[in-house]
Every structure is written in C-alpha cells, then in structure tokens.
Design a protein around this ligand. Structure first.
Ligand code: KG4
Ligand code: ZN
Length: 340
C-alpha cells in the first residue's frame, strides 16, 4: 500500500510517500521560515499564499523521490485539523482533487495526533496505550492515547503554547525566528537559576493544564518596565541574554515535565510519547529521559527530523484506512476544533 500524505496546517508545505508498513519512501518539507522571520511569527495570509505556490511542486517532488507516479498511489492523507484556516484549505483542496482524479480514498488526519504518532514511525514499535504530549508552536496538550484511533485530551494550555512562548521570548531577546532553536543555543552558556521566573499551575495544582503567558510577561518585565528602558533602547549583554534564555527554558521544561509525570500518575499508563517542534529541545529531552527512568516509564521521543511539521507523521492515516475510516469529498477543515 502506498499513501501520499499532505501537511499544510501552519507554515510548512509538506508531502510524503509512506507504505502500509510505515516505510518512508520520500519526505519533502518546504519551510517558510524565511518569509515569516522579519515578523517574528507566522503571518497567516503569507502562509496561505506560499502554500498555493508550493503545494504542487512539493507533491511532485515527493512522488519523484519515491520513484512512483500518481497512478501508483492507493490513498491520499491530509491533515485537516487543527491549524490556520487558509493554510489547511490549500492542503485539503489539493488532497481532495488528487483523491477525486485518481479515484482513491481520502483519509483525514488530526495534526496533533500525528505529532504523537511520529514516535512510532522510525522505531515501528507499538507505543499504544500511552500518555502523549504535543508541544508545538500552536499547541501544548496532554492526551490519553488508548489506540492510534482513540485520543482523549487530558489537558492543554489555557493561553500561549510552549513554542509560541519560545518564539515571543526570542523576539524580546533579539534572537532569530523560529525562537526555539535560537533560545536553546544561547541557553547552553547561561545559568538556569539566574532569574526566578514563574511556573504556572505547579504548586498543589492537580490540573493537567499549562499557562505560559505569565512566564512570557515575566521575561518582558526583566527587560523593560517601570524604571527599565523600552525595547528600542535596550542594550543586552550576551550574559543577560544567555541567563534569561536558560532560566526561561528551564521554567518551560519544569512545567512540561511535572505535568507529564502527573498525567502518568493519574492514568496509570506506563508509556510516554512526545512530539511537536518543542520536543526537539535537548534540555526537555534530557529532563524527560531522567524523569521517565525514575518513574520506570518507557519513553518514546519523536525522532528529531519528525518533531517539527512534516508529512511523514501523516502515516497515522494507514491506521485509519485499515479501520475503514475514509472521508467523502465534502470533508471540511477544522482550524480550532479537534474533531476526531
Ligand atoms: O510542530 P511545529 O513545527 O509547528 C506547529 O505545529 O506549531 O512547532 C514549531 C515550534 C516553534 O514555536 C519553534 O520555536 C519550536 O517549535 N521549536 C523549538 C525547538 N525547535 C523548534 N522549541 C524549543 N527548542 C527547540 N529546539
Ligand atoms: Zn505541528
């Protein structure tokens, strides 16, 4: 079985060809980072227009690299929730068109579930049932994942996503976009306890939710505020940037690790999977490895190349296809709603 997966939920235009045995035949990701860099974040209209220009070349490239033609495909998978409306629409329209023209099934993929599913693609180990954590630019959510088809959300961020906080704090510190890799790079030279930054919902709080906007504001007040210059006059020493980056990163990691431990205790599950762009963070990977070892929980981290957005993780469609979960051509997008 050969599946073409399409991913355009945010600012990456991606396509991949995957077999029914989860073998990756090709994976193409056209990043838009350069287009959004000067704005310090993704501009939805620019993202949608770039998807329009790139989707067909990216699909062609994925087929060419896999050494197949469109007629060899058995199904088309597409991420249709959640994401930016304009971006989602481009991927869905391309997928529907291919499905109709080739007369092969259309399979819908939930982008967040796919981030967790990325953990089993290289290893091909069965990771279910597990607790899953998705930490990305748009989401920070904990799931009880009973099977590849049953994801129950346990909690999520009530404001900013972890990745969004990395991007915004990087911007305040004058670092490049996307902020996650930039912060983790400079944080290596900084002291993690140089600044006492807040960790929301950690003290005597059994919620499985996150909040990162207060942390973001706390960083801002370390830089500007009453008696401190505004951003235009800021002159930051290398040490201050490194210390703030390291302290901020540690605060985010503390929240992610503690709530993950709580989710494992509450569910009693013995396997933990982590995916999404922020899962590429080395400090988070290190701290999770320590925590899971202490808990005797099996940890599956998404491989680095499958943490940020890609179409390979759309291999989740293979599971849906086997269960007969195919869609009609009236399939819609669900930008904010997790439908499945
Ligand atoms: O999963 P993703 O590619 O897109 C969404 O679905 O949102 O995640 C992108 C996010 C960005 O906010 C980026 O700053 C963050 O992942 N990120 C990182 C790292 N690499 C990417 N955050 C922390 N440390 C990293 N090494
Ligand atoms: Zn994502």
């Amino acid at each position: 079985m050969l599946v073409l997966a399409i991913e355009t939920t945010c600012d990456e235009t991606a396509a991949a060809v995957i077999t029914g045995e989860l073998e990756v035949r090709s994976s193409v990701v056209a990043s838009q980072d350069k287009l959004h860099e000067r704005f310090g974040g993704v501009v939805p209209e620019i993202a949608a227009r770039a998807h329009v220009e790139r989707i067909l070349p990216v699909v062609d490239d994925a087929l060419r690299r896999a050494g197949i033609g469109a007629a060899d495909l058995d199904a088309i998978a597409v991420a249709n929730t959640p994401g930016l409306a304009g971006s989602l629409l481009i991927g869905l329209t391309a997928a529907k068109t291919l499905s109709a023209a080739l007369q092969i099934p259309l399979v819908a993929v939930n982008h967040l579930h796919a981030h967790i599913y990325a953990c089993r693609i290289d290893s091909r180990q069965d990771v279910f049932p597990c607790v899953g954590l998705v930490v990305s630019g748009g989401h920070t959510s904990l799931y009880q994942c009973l099977s590849p088809l049953e994801f129950q959300q346990l909690g999520g961020t009530i404001d900013d996503a972890a990745g969004e906080a990395f991007d915004k704090v990087a911007n305040m510190l004058g670092l490049s976009y996307p902020g996650g890799p930039a912060i983790s790079r400079v944080a290596e030279k900084g002291e993690r306890d140089a600044y006492a930054l807040p960790r929301s919902f950690l003290k005597d709080d059994s919620r499985l939710d996150f909040s990162f906007s207060g942390l973001k504001t706390a960083v801002r007040y370390e830089l500007v505020g009453p008696g401190k210059p505004d951003f235009r006059q800021l002159e930051l020493s290398e040490k201050k940037v490194a210390d703030l980056a390291a302290s901020f990163q540690e605060a985010v990691v503390d929240c992610l690790v503690e709530k993950s431990i709580l989710a494992l205790r509450k569910t009693g599950l013995g396997t933990f999977c982590v995916g999404g762009g922020v899962a590429a963070n080395q400090r988070l990977r290190e701290r999770l490895a320590e925590a899971m070892q202490a808990l005797d929980v099996t940890l599956h981290l998404a491989p680095l190349k499958l943490c940020t957005d890609n179409a390979v993780m759309g291999a989740l469609a293979v599971e849906r296809l086997r269960a007969g979960l195919v869609e009609d051509l009236d399939l819609d997008i669900y930008p904010g709603l997790v439908r499945q």
